[in-house]
Design a protein around this ligand. Structure first.
Ligand SMILES: CCCC(=O)SCCNC(=O)CCNC(=O)[C@H](O)C(C)(C)COP(=O)(O)OP(=O)(O)OC[C@H]1O[C@@H](n2cnc3c(N)ncnc32)[C@H](O)[C@@H]1OP(=O)(O)O
Length: 310
């Protein structure tokens, strides 16, 4: 119910800024609206029965947030309570007015090894499996639709649901030695957190079929070649200091997040509507979003500075 209220608030504030089509797109953030509202409590309760680890959010003054998947003793696998945590962190990001960027990373040198297999074994009946899948589809769809530019910083392994999580970000940066692998077939599964639908849009259906059908290990070189990776970062040597990989990722992301928050957010919104809406609706949405930045502070400042684009 709380989540529904947040969403209503978001929709209201989006509509009042004359972005009706954008508001409708946000509304689509709930892939399964019944999951989002009425069944939410029941699913949350079931997921909370499998505790462990956490998903941590650090919002920085720069407008860049860091989301950390944190369960090192299980290679950052998602326990049930971490799925609920993730959804709550996404809600917090949805209501962050000054957001510009997000880095999604794993704790302790590895990204995420998918679902916690202990929880998977305990909820292996199809009904509960589908509810978990719908919950994660909703959370990850809302993550991808945030009005900010997101990047998955993949260090170590991103396996199964962890590989799916990388596709819910706008970009993927692979650290040297890292691997993204959709291991689902080896587990007698297919992606269920929306990872297949998103993968097809990122690498095309031929490559997606190869990656899923062959459970291919994607290293940084292959990642760049097929467009799954947007960049490769060298893992810094120990003497260079802790946290340096994250700093490198922040530097990389800053090329896209420099500038005023409303403009960065508008960039993401026009791209998202272009990708998700039919052309006529996307054009109308683009016009509405254009209206929110035209004559705005960043636009007026740029006009006053007589800048040349050399
Ligand atoms: C729709 C979602 C579908 C899914 O995500 S299904 C899950 C897909 N993921 C997997 O199957 C990953 C299975 N794990 C592995 O392959 C290996 O543990 C992995 C990640 C390559 C790491 O190998 P190693 O470096 O040799 O380390 P290790 O095996 O000793 O693991 C360290 C501890 O972490 C645990 N762990 C790793 N992945 C886990 C998982 N997904 N769920 C639950 N526990 C997991 C592992 O059991 C081990 O724990 P412990 O030290 O034996 O208590």
């Amino acid at each position: 119910m709380v989540l529904c209220a947040v969403r209503r608030h978001l929709l209201k504030s989006s509509s009042s800024s004359s972005c009706g089509a954008w508001a409708r797109l946000l509304q689509r953030g709930c892939v399964y609206s019944s999951v989002h509202c009425s069944d939410q409590g029941e699913i949350r309760e079931k997921l909370q029965a499998f505790p462990g680890g956490s998903v941590d959010l650090l919002k920085q003054e720069s407008g860049i947030a860091v989301l950390t998947i944190n369960y090192p003793s299980r290679m950052n696998a998602f326990s049930g309570s971490m799925m609920v945590d993730l959804e709550e962190r996404v809600s917090q990001l949805e209501s962050w007015i000054d957001c510009k960027g997000l880095i999604v990373q794993g704790a302790s040198g590895t990204f995420c090894s998918g679902s916690d297999l202990n929880a998977v074994r305990a909820i292996s009946n199809p009904q509960d499996g589908m509810k978990m899948c719908m919950f994660m589809q909703n959370a990850l769809t809302r993550l991808l639709r945030l009005p900010l530019i997101s990047v998955a910083l993949v260090e170590g392994r991103a396996l199964g649901g962890g590989a799916e999580l990388t596709t819910a970000c706008d970009f993927r940066l692979m650290a040297s030695g890292s691997v993204i692998q959709f291991v689902h077939k080896h587990m007698g599964l297919v992606p269920g957190w929306g990872g297949a639908a998103r993968l097809v849009r990122i690498v095309g259906s031929q490559n997606a079929l190869k990656l899923l059908g062959g459970a291919v290990k994607v290293d940084p070189e292959l990642g760049l070649q097929i467009g799954l990776a947007d960049g490769v970062l060298e893992v810094p040597q120990a003497e260079e200091g802790a946290g340096t990989l994250l700093q490198r990722a922040e530097n990389w992301l800053s090329h896209y997040t420099n500038g005023a928050a409303p403009v960065v957010q508008a960039v993401k919104k026009v791209v998202l509507s272009g990708r998700e809406l039919p052309l006529s609706e996307a054009l109308r949405t683009e016009k509405d979003i254009f209206g929110t930045v035209w004559g705005g502070p960043a636009n007026l400042q740029a006009l006053a500075s007589k800048s040349k684009h050399r």
